[in-house]
Design a protein around this ligand. Sequence first.
Ligand SMILES: Cc1cc2nc3c(=O)[nH]c(=O)nc-3n(C[C@H](O)[C@H](O)[C@H](O)COP(=O)(O)O)c2cc1C
Length: 158
Amino acid sequence: MKTLIVYASKHGCAKSAAEKLAQAFGTDTELSDVRNITRIDLENFDRIIIGGSIHAGRIQGQIKTFTQRNLNLLLQKQLGLYICHMEEGDGAMKELADNFPGQLLEHATAKGLFGGEFDFDKMNFIEKFMIKKVAHVTESLSKINEDNIHEFIKTMKD
Ligand SMILES: Cc1cc2nc3c(=O)[nH]c(=O)nc-3n(C[C@H](O)[C@H](O)[C@H](O)COP(=O)(O)O)c2cc1C
């Protein structure tokens, strides 16, 4: 089964999740930053996974554009959707629901809440200020949910 993984990532978390997925799905897998996606023919793939990260409640605009533009084609593929995020519980579920089209969420075989990380070394001054003020976090913190990543892979493969 040919797999395409399309991701957008600001500080590397959603990218590293995409790389883990690519490893799990084996040699017939292509990995693409959403910014390079126009060079790829989506028709060639049986399975498509799309992931991004949440900043101020929103996924990257390029992911929104990509899912809206290719909605009908994506509905014909085995589909997986995931986000990296630091919100927990219902808040994280809502972020997933708010950031992908409803039809795709209904159609998706797997929906992943992969957790995320605050990496102060990669944040600019404004980001650090925001995170300290809003999340009350003052140093780097990782909450990547490896269990959810494994569960996502298992669901997609079954
Ligand atoms: C400025 C900023 C704003 C953020 N806003 C949110 C948010 O609204 N909700 C959330 O769940 N996570 C939020 N996060 C956490 C990110 O989703 C988390 O850092 C994620 O791992 C980023 O993934 P990336 O490195 O692939 O961009 C925010 C992080 C930063 C730095």
